[in-house]
Design a protein around this ligand. Structure first.
Ligand code: ADP
Ligand code: MG
Length: 296
C-alpha cells in the first residue's frame, strides 16, 4: 500500500470512531472469513449487575445480606467485572465490609479470601469443587435456570460450605445483534469465545444471533482457540477488551480492541473502537475494501 492510501483510510476511520494502528493489518481485513468475539465487555457492556442472592437450600448459613457482605468483602480487591457487580450491590444495600486479611484471585475461576475468621470462596462451580466444597448440586437447577436466561451464577462458600448463588446479569450492547447479522450476511463466520460457562454463553450468544460458541476457555488459552479457528482454514479476526484477550488479539489476522478495554488489549491490537461501538468492526472491513480498491 502507498502511504497516502493508508492515510486516507485512517482519516475516514477516525470519523467513524475507529483508530487504525497498522495499515498493514487493514490490508488483510477485507479477506477475513471469521470474526471471533469475546463475550464480557465486548458483546455485552461489561458492567454487570447483581440481580439476586439465592441462599443454599436447607442450610443454616448466613442470611442474604450477610452472604452478600462476605462475598463483597472477598471480591473487594478483584478488578473482575463480576467482582465489581458484587461490591456495587453490597454498597447499594449499605452493607459494611471487612477488609480481607488475605486474598488471592485465580484468573478465569474466582477469588479466595480470609474475611474475619472465615475462609471465603467466590467463583464458578468448578473452582469451589476444586477447593473441596460440596453440596452445590442442591442448587444446580437454580444455577441452570439462571444460566438459561443469560445470567452468570457465581457460587459462594463460607468455611468450605456452599452458602449461596449470586445471580449476575450483563446487558448485550444494543448494536451486537445487528453487527453479527451483517457479518453473517457478508459470509463471515461469527464465533463467541468466553471464559464463562457454556449455558450462560449460549443464552447470550443466542440473543446476539451467534450459533458457534467456545465457552469455559481459561484466560491463557484464548490465543490457542484463535489458532484452532485458523487451522480450520479461516482468516480470523478477534474483537476483545480484556487482559486475557491480549494474546488472542495479537494472534488473530486482525485484532480489534474496545476503547474501554484494558491497556494491554489496546497495545496488542490493530484497530481500536474508540466509541466502543461494534459497528466499528464493519467500518474497519469497509475501510479495508476501500483502501485496497484505491491501491489496485
Ligand atoms: P470472560 O472470558 O467472560 O471475560 P473470565 O475468563 O474472566 O471470563 O472468567 C471466567 C469465569 O470465571 C467467570 O464467568 C466466573 O464464573 C469465574 N470468575 C472469574 N473471576 C471471578 C471473580 N472475581 N468472581 C467471581 N467469579 C469469577
Ligand atoms: Mg471481556
Amino acid at each position: 500500500a502507498t502511504p497516502t492510501s493508508i492515510m486516507v483510510g485512517t482519516g475516514r476511520g477516525a470519523r467513524l470512531g475507529i483508530l487504525v494502528k497498522s495499515g498493514a493489518a487493514l490490508q488483510g481485513a477485507g479477506g477475513l472469513t471469521a470474526m471471533v468475539f469475546d463475550k464480557t465487555g465486548t458483546l455485552t457492556h461489561g458492567r454487570p449487575s447483581l440481580d439476586a442472592v439465592r441462599l443454599a437450600p436447607g442450610t443454616s448459613g448466613p442470611d442474604e445480606n450477610a452472604a452478600l457482605a462476605l462475598a463483597a468483602a472477598a471480591e473487594s480487591l478483584s478488578e473482575h467485572p463480576l467482582a465489581q457487580a458484587v461490591v456495587r450491590e453490597a454498597a447499594r444495600r449499605g452493607l459494611s465490609l471487612h477488609k480481607p486479611a488475605a486474598f488471592e484471585a485465580v484468573p478465569g475461576k474466582g477469588v479466595v479470601a480470609l474475611i474475619g475468621e472465615k475462609k471465603i470462596l467466590v467463583g464458578n462451580r468448578e473452582f469451589l469443587t476444586e477447593n473441596g466444597v460440596s453440596g452445590m448440586d442442591a442448587a444446580d437447577e437454580t444455577a441452570a435456570d439462571l444460566a438459561d436466561t443469560g445470567k452468570t451464577p457465581v457460587h459462594l462458600a463460607v468455611d468450605g460450605k456452599f452458602a449461596a448463588i449470586l445471580a449476575i446479569a450483563d446487558q448485550l450492547r444494543p448494536e451486537s445483534a445487528a453487527v453479527v447479522a451483517e457479518l453473517a450476511r457478508r459470509g463471515i463466520t461469527v464465533v463467541m469465545l468466553t471464559g464463562d460457562a457454556l449455558a450462560t454463553a449460549k443464552a447470550v450468544a443466542a440473543a446476539a444471533g451467534i450459533t458457534r460458541v467456545v465457552a469455559g476457555v481459561l484466560p491463557d488459552r484464548k490465543a490457542q482457540e484463535i489458532e484452532r479457528v485458523q487451522a480450520e482454514g479461516f482468516r480470523a479476526g478477534m474483537v476483545g477488551d480484556g487482559i486475557n484477550d491480549a494474546p488472542a488479539l495479537a494472534r488473530a489476522d486482525l485484532g480489534v480492541a474496545m476503547g474501554s478495554g484494558i491497556d494491554v488489549a489496546i497495545e496488542s491490537c490493530d484497530v481500536v473502537l474508540m466509541r466502543n461501538d461494534l459497528r466499528g468492526v464493519l467500518a474497519a472491513l469497509d475501510l479495508s475494501r476501500a483502501v485496497m480498491g484505491n491501491i489496485r
